[in-house]
Write a new protein. Structure first.
Length: 375
């Protein structure tokens, strides 16, 4: 059973859906659930033949969701629960303890916004049987901040479905109404405060004297506020809200740079996709992105939070197209070597088997005979 806080469109839910698909291809019976009401990713999973459920939590302190989760666990009778994100981690640990089902949890980002997450993970972390992260930086963070034993933390590499080569730049630009001489900056993701979309708008304002366009592909709770900001912005005519798009590879073919000024991140799907597409990335200098950047060889990191610093980085790429192309080429080479979905699934299965084997050994009677099981 894969469990996550919600199944709205966003990096983590989409990553969970991709993992579910890979596990099914590997012969694993898998179901996917969330604590919140159903979302668009739930529907996509159902169409793909993956059973889903939703615990219909109305707010973070809706403890009734725990009882509903326990009911679903009894119904599906999983051998293992794999949860991701703090709310789902805590719920899975408590229900797993009650129903005596092993639990593996996951951390997807270095959380700086909600300090109570740290305490929730510390208080309940000892109940799980393993913790999965997708980078060495996150492994160090989890060991230090959540105080989990390093031996229980497993690094499983991230992956994406590598985009097909899209060489129709001129045609795509014409379809989007973009002039050939315009410098096009793409942002993609969930409209959330941590993404600092207001900084993206301020970058667009700083580049208003340059023929530039900013494409924002995504949606989420921050969208009304961003729309309101744009009504008062001098860059209103150059920033375009495209809504949620499933064709990021096409948008990336039309763009000259990808911008991600988030306050904190894990290994963002959109950045990985941009790297695989050979699109130069300008991003915040956060610990996980620092690991991904490879000393600045693959991503241009901005160490300061001022919009001008991000705007200057974009202008430097525009002024030095050869440098921008080399940055994108190095990123694409790395992505095609390391972002293998099958390896991510295989590494995840190795963690599952390790946990289940250890549990089986612990349950084995002193006589050495395995206990009876109907599994």
């Amino acid at each position: 059973m894969l469990l996550v806080t919600d199944l709205q469109r966003g990096g983590t839910p989409l990553r969970i859906a991709r993992l579910a698909s890979g596990l099914r291809e590997a012969g694993v019976d898998v179901c996917v659930g969330c604590l919140a009401p159903r979302g668009p990713v739930s529907e996509a999973l159902e169409r793909a033949g993956v059973p889903t459920f939703a615990c219909e939590a109305k707010h973070p302190r809706d403890f009734g969701a725990l009882f509903r989760l326990a009911d679903y666990v009894r119904r599906f009778r999983p051998d293992l629960i794999h949860a991701t994100l703090t709310h789902a981690n805590v719920a899975a640990r408590l229900v797993g303890l009650y129903l005596r089902i092993p639990v593996i949890t996951s951390t997807a980002t270095i959380e700086v916004e909600r300090r109570w997450h740290r305490w929730a993970e510390r208080l309940t972390g000892r109940l799980d049987h393993g913790h999965i992260v997708n980078s060495n930086t996150l492994a160090e963070h989890v060991a230090r901040t959540f105080r989990l034993p390093r031996g229980r933390i497993h690094v499983v590499p991230p992956s994406i479905e590598l985009p097909p080569c899209c060489d129709q730049r001129t045609q795509v630009r014409a379809t989007l109404g973009l002039a050939a001489q315009e410098f096009v900056v793409l942002w993609a993701g969930r409209f959330d405060p941590v993404k600092r979309l207001d900084l993206v708008i301020q970058c667009a304002e700083a580049l208003r004297d340059v023929p530039a366009r900013f494409l924002l592909a995504g949606d989420g709770p921050e969208r009304p506020r961003i729309e309101q900001l744009l009504t008062r912005s001098s860059a209103a005519g150059t920033v375009h809200l495209l809504g949620w798009r499933d064709d990021l590879d096409v948008l990336m073919a039309a763009a000259d740079a990808f911008l991600l000024p988030s306050r904190t991140e894990g290994m963002p799907n959109a950045v990985l996709q941009a790297m695989a597409a050979g699109l130069p990335v300008v991003a915040s200098d956060t610990p996980t992105l620092r690991e991904l950047a490879g000393g600045g060889e693959r991503i241009c990191l901005v160490p300061r939070d001022q919009p001008k610093a991000f705007a200057d980085a974009l202008l430097a790429l525009r002024a030095e197209p050869q440098r921008a192309a080399e940055l994108g080429q190095r990123a694409a080479a790395w992505a095609r070597e390391h972002l293998n979905p099958r390896e991510t699934v295989a590494a995840t299965l190795r963690v599952y088997r390790s946990v289940l084997s250890a549990r089986c050994r612990a349950a084995q009677p002193a006589s050495g005979r395995a206990p009876h099981t109907d599994r």
